[in-house]
Each structure stands twice: as structure tokens, then as C-alpha cells.
Design a protein around this ligand. Structure first.
Ligand code: CAO
Length: 415
């Protein structure tokens, strides 16, 4: 079977998480991704958070599947020549170095464009142009600067970062889309272009509904679906909404049977208007169906806390899976709080390739998250991440270098 990005060659100059997420996705769509790493060291994540001595860490292996690895000292003049050859022969260069690093290396956009006018140069940076454009940025900085932290957590606690890597992996996703769009546009223009995804911008894009709420708050001074309503005062900025649903259908996380000992014995419960009568019947409050105080969604907003407290009395009598079974029969939207252990063991996620077991020559078998995007005509086979420099000779030979030249570059520690 062919793949969506067959024939696309990516010079992958990425490291850590944001950039590698992007190029891993492109590799899963069939692009030939050649990861260029510093000779002798490689991507710093190879050695970070190691669980097996001397084996590439899960941090690295889980972000670099389906790629080839080349080692190259791109600050050495001969290394630069090799990089220039790669730039001439590749379609896309993806990088997430600190601001200015590529320029300092001698590969400005102008220089790359001169070497290969068709090349797309795609970058992740912490911030776009502005006061912070020169800053180095990691995940949680982006979550804080992009509006996520100030709107996550509970009203009486500090801002919270989330475990979902929306700054890194979220930005990688945005960048991948920009690259594919630029490749499509190149079909008509014949030209490459610069693609930038800033981590602050990507997080803000994912927090779009909170900017919506800011403007609602500015106009009306109140947000009735937030837990601060009706008892507390709203300040000038969107507050932290705890586990409120964030949409037009009120929701909350409720305890289930076993919550005293199991930190994940909880369910997310949404009181969708359409199924209100069914909810009342399930929890044994049939009287609420016609009660004026509970009958309409608007009336219920005044009583969300007691409503969820009553529903929780019911959920606490069921395990999260029993509650799911009962509620789904009535189309009541709900979801179990699944632990990573439960997700790792879930057979349906294995069956769809969302959770995949991969074999690695040094570390052995491990689990990873496969391609979350499923395509009917471009299947994904997840293959292991490359060892440092595993494909250096192979790639240099493809670029036109003979064995003696490769040996000489190795002797000089350039590759
Ligand atoms: N050969 C020779 N030199 C190389 C090389 C190679 N193959 N690959 C990289 N280098 C050099 C770079 O040119 C740079 O050199 P200078 O500092 O002299 O210009 C140097 O290695 C280090 O690059 P860096 O500054 O990007 O790396 P860092 O570890 O200090 O910073 C990070 C890491 C992530 C904070 C920074 O890269 C960054 O802000 N990136 C943009 C935002 C981003 O992607 N953040 C998400 C990271 S995932 O949490």
C-alpha cells in the first residue's frame, strides 16, 4: 500500500519533544525522515529519564519512530557541506532549536532558499515575534504563557499545568499541518516557504474557548455554567473552572464506588439537556422532571452543585464501568477516568493501533502511542526509533558520498 507522503524527504533537525512529534507524524504518513544529530551526543532525550542503563530512553524512542538517524557536526565546515547537500535534496527542513541557532550555524532562511528554493523550512519556537521571541521555552512555560495554566485548576488554588503536552506535542501537530499545507501550495507555486508554529500561539489556539469566555465575562460580568455561579463574585479575568465542562452542557467529575482507595474511581458526567428526564429516572429523582426549579437547563444552572451532589450519591454506588454501562443505555454522555495502567492494558486501543508494542534491539519490547490519525489509504506501521547514527553511511551513500569520503569524515569525527 502506498502512503500519503511517499516521496517526501524531510531533513529532521529537531530535538526534545515538540519538533520530534511533528516529524514522527510525517514519517507515519510515509515521509522519509532523516534525523540529523550531533556526532557522539545525539538528541539530549536519548539519555534523559532513562529506565534501562545505556538504552535510549522511552522519552526518545516514543517520539522518534519510523525515522533514520544521521550523525553530523553541522558547525564544522565539512559537516556544513554535507548539510548543504542534504538541503539540496530534501523537501522540508524541520527544526526547533533555540531562536537564532540555525542562523548562527550559517543556515538562515535566505541561505537555505538560495540552496534550494523549493525547500520548506518549518520551525517551532516558544514565542512568535514580540517581547519574548528570543526566549528558550519548554512545555510548561508555553502552558503558562498561552492561557492554559491561568484557566486550569480550582478557584481556591494556584494556576495548574496539565499532563497533556499541549505546548510540545500540541505545537508539533500544528507544525505538521503547516508543513503539509505548504507542500500542497508548492504544487502550484513551485516555491518553498517558512512555516512557524509558536508554542504560545498553539496553546492559545487550544484554549480558544477561554478567550471566548473572557469576552463573555467582559460583556455580562457573569458565566452561569462556571462553578463560581451563583454564590461567588467574578473578577475581571476568566477564573479557573475546576472540572466544569467548559461548554454549554454542564458536567463534573464524580466519585464512584471504591474512590476511597482508588485515586481513579471517578466518572465524568454531563447533564445534557436532552437526557435530563433519563438522568432523573436513573438516580431516582423523577420529581425533578416536572419541577420548575430543575425542569429547564437555565433553571438548573442555579442548582448545579446540589444536582451533581445528588448524582454523585448514585455514582458512588457503582464502579465507573458499571455506571458507564447503565448511563450509556440512556445516551447520557459520560466517561470513566482511566488510569495510564488501564489505558495500556485496554484491548480495543491495541486493536486499532493507538497503543502499539514495539521491539527495540537494546531495550527490548515497550509500549508506545501509535498514529492517532487513521487513514483508509495510508496505513501506519510503527517501526522502532533509530540508534544514534544508525543510518549515517546509508544516507551519505544516497547523497552521493563514496566510502573513502565517508571514512575520512568519520575519522575527523564529523559524522
Ligand atoms: N552539530 C553541531 N551543533 C549542533 C547540532 C549538530 N548536529 N545540532 C545542534 N547544534 C547546536 C546548535 O547549533 C546550538 O548551538 P548555538 O547555541 O551555539 O547556536 C546548540 O546545539 C544547542 O541548541 P539549542 O539552544 O536549541 O539547545 P538547548 O538544549 O540549549 O535548548 C530548547 C533546548 C528546547 C530550550 C531550545 O532548543 C528551544 O527553545 N527551542 C525552541 C522551543 C522548543 O521547541 N521547545 C520545546 C522543547 S520540548 O520541551
Amino acid at each position: 500500500m502506498s502512503k500519503a507522503l511517499d516521496g517526501v524527504k524531510i531533513l529532521d533537525f529537531t530535538h526534545v519533544q515538540s519538533g520530534p512529534t511533528c516529524t514522527q507524524l510525517l514519517a507515519w504518513f510515509g515521509a522519509d525522515v532523516i534525523k540529523v544529530e550531533r556526532a557522539g551526543e545525539g538528541d539530549a532525550t536519548r539519555g534523559q529519564l532513562r529506565d534501562i542503563p545505556d538504552a535510549d530512553s522511552l522519552y526518545f524512542t516514543m517520539l522518534n519512530h519510523n525515522k533514520r538517524s544521521v550523525t553530523l557536526d553541522t558547525k564544522n565546515p565539512k559537516g556544513k557541506e554535507v548539510l548543504e547537500t542534504m538541503i539540496r535534496q530534501c523537501d522540508v527542513l524541520v527544526e526547533n532549536f533555540a531562536p537564532g541557532a540555525l542562523d548562527r550555524m550559517g543556515f538562515s532562511w535566505e541561505r537555505i532558499n538560495e540552496l534550494n528554493p523549493r525547500m520548506i523550512v518549518a520551525s517551532v519556537k516558544g514565542f512568535g515575534p514580540g517581547p519574548y521571541e528570543d526566549c528558550k521555552v519548554y512545555e510548561n512555560v508555553a502552558q503558562c504563557a498561552g492561557g492554559s495554566a491561568s484557566t486550569t485548576g480550582f478557584d481556591d488554588g494556584p494556576p495548574l499545568v496539565t499532563g497533556a503536552q499541549i505546548g510540545d506535542s500540541g505545537t508539533g501537530l500544528h507544525l505538521a499541518l503547516g508543513i503539509v499545507a505548504a507542500l500542497y501550495q508548492r504544487n502550484t507555486t513551485g516555491r518553498g516557504q517558512k512555516v512557524l508554529a509558536a508554542m504560545q500561539d498553539s496553546v492559545l489556539n487550544l484554549c480558544r474557548v477561554k478567550l471566548r469566555d473572557q469576552q463573555r465575562l467582559d460583556r455580562t460580568g457573569v458565566m452561569k455554567e462556571y462553578p463560581q455561579y451563583p454564590d461567588q463574585h467574578f473578577h475581571e479575568a476568566v477564573p479557573r473552572a475546576g472540572n466544569a465542562s467548559g461548554g454549554g452542557q454542564p458536567g463534573s467529575i464524580l466519585k464512584c464506588k471504591g474512590w476511597e482507595t482508588d485515586p481513579n474511581a471517578y466518572i465524568y458526567f454531563i447533564t445534557q439537556g436532552a437526557v435530563w428526564p433519563a438522568i432523573c429516572r436513573v438516580i431516582g429523582e423523577e420529581g425533578w422532571i416536572e419541577d420548575e426549579a430543575y425542569k429547564s437547563p437555565g433553571a438548573r444552572l442555579l442548582h448545579l452543585k446540589p444536582i451533581f451532589a445528588r448524582i454523585e450519591e448514585w455514582t458512588m454506588t457503582k464502579t465507573k464501568f458499571e455506571a458507564m454501562d447503565i448511563l450509556n443505555k440512556f445516551d447520557i454522555p459520560c466517561g470513566p477516568i482511566l488510569s495510564m495502567k488501564e489505558i495500556a492494558e485496554e484491548p480495543s486501543l491495541r486493536a486499532t493501533g493507538t497503543v502499539v508494542e514495539v521491539d527495540h534491539p537494546v531495550r527490548g519490547k515497550y509500549l508506545t502511542v501509535g498514529n492517532p490519525i487513521k487513514m483508509s489509504d495510508s496505513a501506519t506501521e510503527v517501526t522502532r526509533s533509530p540508534l544514534l547514527g544508525e543510518h549515517t553511511d546509508e544516507v551519505l551513500a544516497e547523497l552521493g558520498y563514496d566510502r573513502d569520503t565517508i571514512a575520512a569524515l568519520r575519522a575527523e569525527k564529523i559524522i
